[in-house]
Design a protein around this ligand. Structure first.
Ligand code: GUN
Ligand code: ZN
Length: 433
């Protein structure tokens, strides 16, 4: 029999979707256990029973800490790691002042490797085990990212960011080279170990219609791939898109007309949507990726979570590092809660936690592999210390149920709340102190 590991603690899983069923969609066990074997979750249940029925298993006891699926960050830009928290600009200025100069540095494979490793270690320290990341226009940046994820045995998704206009000379490709390089990288990395290639036009302002069409064709040739882009983040951006694509009905139509709208599409931000855009996104099963710390940090607007989910939209949650101001999905949950409050809808902690795990995994069409504590799923886990700072501990000590115990960590927690992270059943060594 192969080796197995039994980890003990409180456990949190989801039997259903808390947006449909409320908090009863969650399954909480105060003295739970998760049996790990061959990189997968073999069983989830009562800790003492699992211990009795698996006497040969190595036991790791996390005490009162909460064992959850690892966080899934459905939209991030790893190349922006070193410019996170850059002051004072709105989207277009922020891209020109901070983002493009930093992204230009990724022509250097050593810089790309350095940041990719740093970024993934930061993610793991924050309890995030899967990410969908943009790279830069350089193939080297994609190789660096996937090599770093492969070395950590992470399930990760990424792609070459394509731009053939409205970007500096050293950050532009062409319609043809974007197609050729994306295809080469897709063939090199897609389906290798736990890695997936994502076709990645940055957004309509930085692509010609010809480039969008070329990438739409590539997606049609590889329909099992995800496609990621940005949609309706800021009002000036939408006006710019209108002037660049005068024939389009709306921003979404610039993608739709070029074969870039589909169920495996991840549309970052999606804040200022017209009724037609909402309907088409929902009809096609596309995923809208909420990036709340970014939306407040760059001043973009308030995502309509309640309205969109109510209409049946598929929604995931993300940091959008480094437009987002944090690497932490806890911080992203807190910001999603605050934006919900500003729109008059208090998201329940069960909904926030589901978005950061199962919801994002489903948005990435990976819900059968990651994002939940289910037998057969891959054993990517995060273990949460519910009393990681004195301020959190004193509030959690008064809690009457799991949600009251967890909410102070959602609102005030950071990487200190991550007691352990497991990737494919193995504890991740701490590299960030
Ligand atoms: N829109 C196009 N590119 C970007 C980016 O890098 N970050 C954010 N937040 N929005 C974008
Ligand atoms: Zn983004």
């Amino acid at each position: 029999m192969t080796d197995s590991t039994l980890i003990l603690g409180q456990t949190l899983a989801f039997d259903g979707n808390p947006f449909a069923e409320g908090p009863r969609a969650a399954r909480h066990n105060v003295r739970g256990g998760v049996l790990l074997r061959d990189g997968r979750i073999a069983q989830v249940g009562d800790g003492a029973e699992l211990r009795a029925s698996n006497p040969q298993a190595t036991v790791i006891d996390h005490g009162q800490s909460l064992i959850s699926a690892g966080f899934v960050d459905a939209h991030a830009h790893y190349p922006q790691t070193a410019i996170i928290a850059s002051w004072g600009k709105r989207l277009i200025d922020w891209l020109n002042s901070y983002t493009f100069p930093e992204e230009a540095r990724f022509a250097d494979p050593d810089h790309a490797a350095d940041i990719a490793g740093r970024y993934l270690d930061l993610l793991l320290a924050h309890g995030t085990t899967t990410v969908a990341s943009y790279c830069t226009i350089h193939s080297t940046s994609v190789d660096a990212f996937f090599s770093a994820a492969q070395a950590r045995w992470m399930r990760a998704a990424a792609g070459k960011t394509c731009m053939d206009r409205n970007a500096p000379d050293n950050l532009r490709d062409t319609a043809q080279s974007a197609y050729d390089d994306s295809k080469m990288l897709l063939n090199r990395w897609h389906g290798v170990d736990r890695l997936s290639y994502v076709i990645t036009p940055r957004f309509s302002p930085t692509s010609t219609p010809g480039q969008l069409s070329a990438l739409g064709m590539l997606w049609a040739e590889h329909p099992d791939c995800l496609m990621q882009t940005h949609l309706s983040e800021q009002l000036d951006e939408i006006e710019w898109v209108k002037s660049l694509y005068p024939q389009s009905r709306d921003y979404l139509d610039t993608y739709e007309a070029h074969g870039l709208l589909g169920a495996r599409g991840l549309y970052g931000h999606a804040i200022h949507l017209a009724p037609r855009e909402r309907e088409r996104l929902i009809e096609t099963g596309a995923a809208l990726i909420h990036c709340p710390t970014s939306n407040t940090f760059i001043g973009s607007g308030l995502f309509d979570m309640a309205g969109l989910v109510g209409q049946g939209a598929r929604v995931g949650l993300a940091t959008d590092t480094g437009g987002g101001s944090s690497f932490s999905m806890l911080r992203s949950m807190a910001a999603a809660y605050e934006i919900g409050q500003l729109r008059g809808n208090a998201l329940h902690p069960a909904q926030l936690w589901w978005l950061a795990t199962a919801g994002s995994a489903q948005a990435m069409h990976m819900g059968d592999m990651i994002g939940n504590l289910l037998p057969g799923a891959e054993a990517d886990l995060t273990v949460i210390d519910l009393a990681s700072t004195p301020a959190i501990a004193q509030r959690a000590a008064r809690a009457d149920d799991l949600w009251e115990a967890l909410f102070p960590t959602i609102m005030m927690g950071d990487d200190r709340a991550i007691a352990a992270t497991y990737v494919a059943g193995r504890p991740v060594p701490r590299t960030n102190g």
